[in-house]
Design a protein around this ligand. Sequence first.
Ligand SMILES: [Zn+2]
Length: 351
Amino acid sequence: MRKLYFVLSVDTEEEWDWDGPFPDQVISVENVNHLPVFQKQLDDLGLKPSYFLDYAVLEKPRSRNILADLYQANPGIEFGSHLHPWVTPPIVPVRSEADSHIVNLPIDIVSEQLRRLTQTIQNLTGRQPTAFRSGRWGINDDILGALAAQGYLVDSSIYPFYENPWFSCADFDSWPMAWSHLGTSPELIELPVTAGFNHRPFARAQRMHKTLERPAWAQFHIIGALWALALHRKIYLSPELSSTRDMIALCKQMLQIECPVIHMYLHSSSLLPGSTRYVRSDYDKNRLMRRIESVVRFLRRECDVEAVTITDGALKLREDGALKRKAMQLANFQTFDLGRSSESLLVYRDR
Ligand SMILES: [Zn+2]
C-alpha cells in the first residue's frame, strides 16, 4: 500500500463575522474552550493536529491557559504561528481589506509582529514555533525571508488556485515545495493546504476556471451551472467549505497524481456554532466532525496513512525527496501604492 502523510491544521483565532469589520476592538476567543474536546476527537482518530495560534488566543489569560494545558497533555501536537495583523502588536489600524493582508504591510512591521507572536508562543511552550500561516492567506519574498531569519522551517500561506486583488496563488497547486530561491539554509518548505478540482489536469481546469470568472463570462454563471452538474468543481480540503463527497473526489484526484501528502484545514472558531458562516448550529458542528472522519477513513482504505504535524510532515517529505523546487512566482495583480511609510502606519497599542 502506498505511503501518504496526512496533515490537519487549525487556524486558532478569535471569533468574528467574516462579513463584518475586523475584530480589533471587541475580541472574543470563547471558541478556544471547545478545543480540548475537539483535540480528544482528533486523538481518537489517530490524528496529530497542528494549531496555528494567533496573538488574540495567546493574549487572553483563560484561552492561554487552555492552550498551555492542551500542549502539555498532547505531546504529539504542534503549535505554529498565525499572524492576524489587526490583533498583533505593534497593531496596525485596519482601514480597508488591503490592510488585513500582511503582503500589503511594510516588512519591518510584519517582522516585528512575527517576532512578538513567535516569542509569545515560545513563552507558552518552551519551544520555538517552526510553522507559519498568514491571516487570510498570502505571502511574499520579504515575509518568507523574515520567517527564515526567525527560525521557521515551514510556511503554509499559499492558498492554491486562488487570487484576489492583493496577491495571487492562482498558479500554485498543493504539491509541497522548497523555496530554493531564497538561498536560506535550511530551505524554507511550503506545505500548502490541499486544493484542486474534481477533474484533471488541474492546470487546464484552472485555466478554464479563470476564463469563466472573467466579467465577460461571469454574467452567464457558467461556473455555478457546471458545479450543479458536478462537471467542474474547485474544491478545498476543508470540512467547513466542502462536503464529504467533494473532499473524497478531490482526494481521489490527489492520489492519482501521487501527491505524497494530504493537508486538511479548518478554523477553531467553527467549534463555536454561530461564530462563522460555516457552522451555525450543533448539527453543522457534528457534520464538520463527520466530514473529517469520513475523509480520514477513505484515505486509510486507500493508503498507508501516517498522521503527522505540519513541521514533521514537511521534514519527512524533504527526507523522502518529495519536494518540488520553486522560485517565487507570486504576482501582484494590482500595484498598490499605499502611500504610507511604516512610521505613518505604526500605532503602538500594546495591551
Ligand atoms: Zn486567521
